[in-house]
Ligand binder design. Structure first.
Ligand SMILES: NC(=O)c1ccc[n+]([C@@H]2O[C@H](COP(=O)([O-])OP(=O)(O)OC[C@H]3O[C@@H](n4cnc5c(N)ncnc54)[C@H](OP(=O)(O)O)[C@@H]3O)[C@@H](O)[C@H]2O)c1
Length: 488
């Protein structure tokens, strides 16, 4: 019998390219992902414990009181429990520790902590001394010649903060992030996935992804005719690539047909660029969980392995792909491949092994970038900027403390208040970025701001200065204030 090769279908080829190239922006996956992410990060009363460091200080005491009033579970890191008992509400947990002594920042301190609010500081006081309740330091308006007493800013405001950040980082591991939940598919899903078969190379295999019975089914017919031999489904490029850098890998829940399939991820938006690949075997007609650690993904161009052996940049995942191919790598054959009909059912695709990181709110100070800033007019600057050197480099070390948090990958909010006062009553606040403002703000207002930032998704990964402004009817729209900030 004269068996004719089936002819290549240019229509399908063009359709495939059009599907993936003509629509350049697809935010659906992003929305899906960010949707979950935001939910996880918006911390409310249902969250675990809030740890307050510096709980016995001027701002710290107020933070604790507001948290208690709002029904949060509060743990306080204090240097002396007996003293703390006389200053703090009864229904808070006290743990003795010192941020300059990392051995005191134990796993017990961090257990079940969902947020850390750090209000610590070296002790600053007037050279002539202060009253027992630190009235001169606290009032914050009248100038007294200041000095540092006790430990240095380097130890407390830099190394101490860094120790606390490190302690917060090593919380319980292993959370999962659903990327695709086919059990509960949204209408968007159908717009994200499309077939990429060997028609793009002249072949005649044909596949599709169907969404049925609470799962996705990657199914079709794979043919080796016309030198072909692969079928796949791939997501369109994600406009804002996924950052999965805090996870260990990808987990697929699949039921297959005993064949060996491939999972591929890409970190660039090119249609035909480098992909990071892993082969996995399926068990005929059985559900299995396939874990693919990121460090085992093999960099490939088409099915050729790359010499670089470079690890995937997990901060920048642009697209995902599932494939059935006659080939493994570099011309080797897939040992479990059978041409013809195939079906891979997929229930979910997740990132696994994520770190459970708390949100970290750090009180720093306006002016931290101003000492030694070219062109700065010191005469107009607040005392801490003018006297940074005499005060042990207090602002310089506070900036280093901030840096340790920004570099940590912990979601953070860095608040830089202007001069702190004991004024009472609601204050209207302004936020700024760039570290140029001067002014004052009450400890009450800063304490409230710390707590508001726990529940504002746009407070994540921002650094900003804050001061109070005169207003006949002071009030704050927290959502608007945070929306005005640029993430770092
Ligand atoms: N004062 C201002 O005008 C001004 C302006 C801008 C920013 N700020 C910043 O605002 C924040 C709050 O200021 P504040 O006036 O509320 O400070 P504060 O009253 O001096 O309180 C400092 C807190 O830090 C604790 N602390 C110090 N060293 C510690 C250590 N090694 N381990 C654990 N805890 C330690 C103190 O504990 P003890 O009770 O045991 O001493 C105290 O609870 C600080 O970061 C400050 O630098 C202040």
């Amino acid at each position: 019998m004269n068996q004719k090769n089936p002819s290549w279908d240019i229509g399908r080829f063009v359709k495939t390219l059009a599907y993936f190239d003509i629509i350049p922006f697809i935010g659906c996956l992003q929305r899906l992902f960010l949707g979950n992410d935001n939910k996880d990060r918006s911390i409310g009363k249902s969250m675990g414990i809030v740890l307050v460091a510096g709980a016995t200080g001027g701002v710290g005491k107020r933070v604790v009181q507001i948290l208690v009033d709002r029904g949060y579970q509060v743990r306080c890191l204090v240097r002396n429990c007996d003293r703390a008992k006389s200053l703090l509400p009864q229904n808070v947990e006290l743990i003795e520790g010192d941020i300059t002594k990392p051995e005191t920042l134990t796993p017990q301190l961090m257990a079940k902590v969902s947020a850390v609010i750090c209000c610590t500081s070296v002790k600053v006081q007037p050279v002539e001394g202060d009253t027992p309740d630190r009235a001169k330091y606290n009032q914050g308006i009248k100038f007294y010649q200041p000095e540092i007493v006790g430990d240095t800013p380097e130890n407390v405001d830099y190394l101490g903060v860094k120790n606390l950040v490190q302690a917060a980082k090593y919380l319980n591991k292993s959370t999962d992030q659903l990327i695709f939940d086919f059990n509960n598919p949204s209408a968007d899903l159908k717009e994200i996935w499309g077939a990429v078969d060997d028609v793009v190379m002249g072949g005649v295999s044909e596949s599709e992804i169907k969404f049925i019975d609470n799962m996705a089914v990657f199914t079709g017919n794979v043919s080796t005719q016309n030198s072909g031999g692969f079928a796949s489904v791939r997501t369109k490029n994600i406009a804002l690539p996924l950052d999965l850098s805090t996870y260990e890998g990808i987990e697929l829940r699949v039921k297959g047909d005993g064949q060996r399939y491939k999972f591929l991820a890409r970190t660039e938006s090119k249609w035909d660029g480098v992909a990071y690949c892993h082969s996995f075997d399926t068990v005929d007609n059985s559900w299995i969980d396939v874990r693919i650690p990121f460090n085992q993904l093999v960099p490939v161009f088409r099915a050729k392995t790359l010499d670089s052996k470079e690890l995937i940049n997990t901060q920048n995942i642009c697209s995902l792909q599932l494939m059935l191919s006659k080939f493994e790598y570099d011309g080797e054959l897939n040992p479990n491949f059978m041409p013809g009909h195939f079906a891979l059912q997929v229930e979910s695709i997740k990132a696994y092994g994520g770190e459970t990181l708390p949100q970290f709110v750090l009180i720093s100070s306006a002016g931290v970038t101003r000492p030694n800033r070219p062109g700065i007019n010191l005469a107009e600057e607040p005392p801490a900027v003018r006297m940074n050197e005499q005060l042990g480099g207090i602002l310089t070390w506070k900036l280093r403390g901030e840096d340790s948090l920004r570099e940590s990958k912990i979601p953070y909010t860095i608040i830089r208040p202007c001069a702190l006062t004991e004024e009472t009553g609601v204050q209207e606040l302004v936020f700024e970025q760039g570290d140029n403002i001067r002014g004052k703000v009450s400890r009450d207002a800063i304490a409230l701001l710390c707590i508001e930032s726990l529940s504002q998704p746009q407070a994540s990964n921002v650094t900003f200065e804050v001061k109070a402004v005169e207003s006949p009817n002071p009030s704050n729209n927290w959502q608007q204030l945070f929306a005005s900030l640029q993430p770092d």
